[in-house]
Design a protein around this ligand. Structure first.
Ligand code: FES
Length: 406
């Protein structure tokens, strides 16, 4: 018999924060289907997997017109894997892409009993009809937090910031392919409870916010916006269609781990004008520490893609067609010395020393409440090191606010 997992709560660690019952929409409260969305989202690591060896029925499902028998109380994704389909967390030919596994990004969505639903987060049921091809229907994604912003992000030119003024409107997409223990936005990242939006709905709302707040910049951040490629491209196309004026700026904030050259070309063609690229590290071990990606092969693919993406943008689009800002996280828990920060600075400076680089002071968040937020002095040392490496436009984020180029 096959082994299945279910997730249980360790009450000695649970603080009743409510994340697993409000942010995460449990798809099968009566019996765990092992989707692990609550396990990944719990800030207290109070949820753990155990073997589920209870006997379970076999049910019939229809996939792309063919009937299969699968065990009950599992996700559609697991059922498809048992049938022989493949899933991956980096886009691969012949695999379904399932980067977040928490029901937010809808990259793994399929037509399930006539509705587009994430296969990683939907339970199988007797007689279910699954159509794996979704190209003919509008994509969906959970997007939330539409709001004006006084600071913007890594990809916002620092000289635009004026105290007391909004400079950008933004929205935030649920789902991320990384598992950063210091996730600064985990309420969005792990959200599976909200109604998903089409690209057109999200673009309409963001455009409304633009007019309401009289700004020219419109941004999407996350979570990680790039997980659902079709959704994102259609979102930017629609945003551009609704904002055809020359002043409109379309800003993507990304961890850059999925931005292959063809994806970048498609984004620029869709109207993206500003990219904020978070580069988490230079060394694989540091990248794994910061992102929580334990699979070395996957982590390497993400890290290599991110650095190649930045180089590709610089070589092909920066600065005339696209404004590029690069974010680097800093906390001594991840960088015991500043040597790697210096090497990161060197590598960026060799591409173009004028690129805006923002060092972000990683504060205690999510699963790393034990770390200390870096002091202003520490962040100024990071700034000096990046400038010594040859960078001309370094900004550091501190708890006192941003400190700009010298
Ligand atoms: S991988 Fe299933 S929703 Fe993101």
């Amino acid at each position: 018999m096959r082994n299945f997992e279910k997730y249980v709560k360790d009450m000695s660690k649970c603080t009743n924060c409510g994340i697993c019952s409000t942010i995460v929409l449990c798809p099968s409260p009566q019996k765990c289907i092992g989707c692990k969305a609550c396990f990944l989202a719990c800030p207290n690591e109070a949820i753990k997997p155990i073997v589920d060896d209870e006997p379970r029925d076999v049910i019939k499902i229809i996939v792309d017109g063919q009937e299969f028998e699968v065990p009950n109380y599992i996700t559609v994704k697991r059922a498809l894997e048992l049938i022989g389909f493949r899933y991956s967390r980096y886009p691969e030919k012949g695999s379904f892409f399932s980067p977040c596994e928490t029901g937010g990004c809808y990259a793994c969505a399929m037509l399930i009993d006539g509705e587009l639903k994430p296969s990683c987060h939907t339970p199988v049921k007797e007689g279910m009809i699954i159509n794996t091809s979704t190209n003919s229907i509008p994509p969906l994604r959970i997007v939330e937090g539409f709001q004006p912003h006084p600071v913007g992000g890594v990809g916002t030119p620092y000289w635009l910031k004026r105290k007391g003024y909004y400079i950008e409107v933004a929205c935030f997409s649920a789902g991320c392919n990384l598992r950063c223990p210091t996730c600064q936005n985990f309420h969005v990242t792990y959200n599976s409870a909200l109604k998903p939006l089409t690209p057109s709905e999200a673009a309409r709302i963001l455009s409304w916010y633009r007019r309401q707040y009289g700004v020219d910049r419109m941004a999407i951040s996350g979570g990680e916006p790039t997980l659902n490629r079709r959704w994102l491209i259609e979102f930017f196309r629609e945003l551009k269609r609704r904002n055809p004026d020359k002043k409109a700026r379309l800003h993507l904030d990304t961890n850059t781990t999925l931005l292959t050259p063809d994806y970048i070309d498609e984004l620029i063609e869709a109207g993206v004008t500003d990219i904020g690229a978070d580069l988490k590290a230079l060394k694989l071990e540091t990248f794994q520490l910061i992102t929580g990606i334990t699979d070395k092969t996957l982590a390497k693919k993400y890290l290599d893609t991110a650095w190649r993406a930045v180089k590709y943008i610089v070589d092909n689009y920066y600065p005339d067609k696209v404004f590029l800002g690069i974010g680097i996280p800093y906390n001594s828990a991840f960088y015991p010395t500043l040597d790697e920060i210096y090497e990161i600075g060197r590598r960026i400076a060799t591409m173009d020393p004028n690129i805006q680089v923002v060092a972000l002071d990683y504060r205690p968040e999510f699963r790393r409440m034990d770390i200390k937020r870096p002091s202003v002095e520490e962040m100024l040392r990071v700034k000096n090191v990046l400038e010594e490496a040859g960078l001309q436009t370094v900004i550091v984020q501190t708890y006192m606010g941003h400190i700009g180029p010298s």
